[in-house]
Design a protein around this ligand. Structure first.
Ligand SMILES: Nc1ncnc2c1ncn2[C@@H]1O[C@H](COP(=O)(O)OP(=O)(O)OP(=O)(O)O)[C@@H](O)[C@H]1O
Ligand SMILES: [Mg+2]
Length: 367
């Protein structure tokens, strides 16, 4: 493998290796083995940008395929339901396809299908998503296959999400071998939602994706730098792993720059590591922290700026004074920003940034 292809700092791609997350994958596999309708069969991955949601969906789709599931992975949006059907037909068609193509005028396939998982013109024209998905599930079940839907960037407010939620619940309730994994930003479960979607999201098994353990990152870096023919000593290795703070995207960025700045065959130097950390953090701030702040209102930003004046932990009472607002006001900012996955409360009356660097980033931006 070329050393430059080990680290791929971008979004939505498949990493060289999924670091950490073993328990997330094990729980997912266990969930798939449960009875249809079991709560463990509907999962919701929640994590900030760059925390590895899409990478995990890709990994889960692979794993499911080895356990007799046909998968459809799509981004949540207006064309999501069509995509799901198209993908299931495409991936599942070959496993149910007849040996011989049907003779014209004679329907050799199951009712409603002309061939494989291709609907007859009549079925295509007359049925909606709910019935079509049921037909596909039924047909795949005959071939011993289940169906796994993977929905990325969940937007609970969309009507398509509501239809997906009710369809999933109905089919699972009828005993079809169907499972679903959804992924989204922390804010999605707290928005004002359509009742059916909200219930669905709340009933699913929530998986909060936090930072990876620094030990896991260290072990991965150790093997990756060996493969890339850049020996790295123990203390620099620890320093590099710690600098990632367990953020998958930062892991990719730092690894990438470190290889860029270290000639192949030569040991990694302290200077190269310093420069790589600097470059990686710069990109991380722009790509992740910038994206986190962009959707926030000016008032929410002002609240975060007030928090940024403190060292790590802010006291609600101080923020109230600093902003000159009432306690009720502070509570509503607190709620909104916690829902958005930007801050958390380490103890009663205290607030802190979920990504510690955000404070420094905000202070710099204000300069
Ligand atoms: N567990 C992991 N180990 C190693 N690399 C990872 C891991 N998870 C994700 N990555 C890498 O980190 C980067 C960001 O991951 P990904 O795109 O999956 O994040 P995301 O949570 O989907 O972000 P967004 O909310 O912006 O869609 C990608 O380059 C991906 O390959
Ligand atoms: Mg993603």
């Amino acid at each position: 493998m070329s050393s430059q292809s080990i680290f791929r700092p971008s979004f939505g791609n498949r990493p060289d290796r999924i670091v950490g997350r073993e328990s997330v994958m094990e729980d997912f596999a266990t969930g798939l083995s449960k009875q249809p309708g079991n709560r463990e069969r509907a999962r919701l991955l929640i994590g900030q940008r760059g925390m590895g949601k899409t990478a995990l969906l890709l990994e889960m789709a692979d794993l499911a395929r080895t356990s007799n599931f046909i998968t459809a992975r799509t981004t949540c949006g207006p064309s999501m339901l069509d995509n799901i059907l198209d993908l299931l037909q495409r991936h599942g068609g070959p496993v149910v396809a007849e040996k011989k193509p049907p003779v014209k005028g004679f329907n050799a396939g199951a009712l409603g299908f002309s061939f494989g998982l291709t609907f007859t013109d009549e079925a295509r024209a007359n049925y909606g998503f709910r019935v079509k998905l049921e037909m596909i599930c039924e047909r795949l079940a005959e071939a011993g296959k289940g169906v796994l839907l993977l929905i990325d960037e969940v937007r609970p407010e969309l009507p398509e999400m509501r239809l997906l939620a009710t369809t999933y619940q109905e089919l699972a309730g009828e005993g079809f071998n169907i499972a679903v994994v959804m992924a989204g930003l922390p804010a999605i479960i707290s928005e004002v939602l359509d009742e059916a979607t909200l219930t669905f999201l709340h009933r699913s098994t929530k998986v909060e994706l936090g930072p990876l353990s620094v030990q896991a990152v260290r072990a991965y870096y150790h093997s990756a730098f060996m493969r890339a023919h850049r020996p790295i000593d123990e203390s620099l290795l620890s320093k590099a792993a710690e600098a990632t703070q367990g953020f998958p995207y930062l892991l990719q960025l730092l690894g990438f720059y470190l290889l860029e700045y270290s000639p192949e065959g030569e040991p990694v130097s302290a200077e190269a590591l310093e420069s790589a950390i600097h470059a990686a953090l710069y990109d991380f701030d722009q790509d992740v922290l910038g994206a986190m702040l962009r959707p926030l209102s000016p008032a929410d930003r002002a609240f975060l700026e007030a928090m940024a004046q403190d060292d790590r932990v802010s006291h609600v009472a101080d923020l109230q004074d600093r902003l000159g607002v009432s306690q009720g006001h502070v509570q509503s900012y607190r709620r909104r920003l916690m829902d958005a996955g930007v801050i958390y409360s380490p103890a009663r009356g205290q607030l802190a940034f979920i990504v510690p660097r955000l404070g420094a980033y905000i202070s710099n931006e204000m300069l």
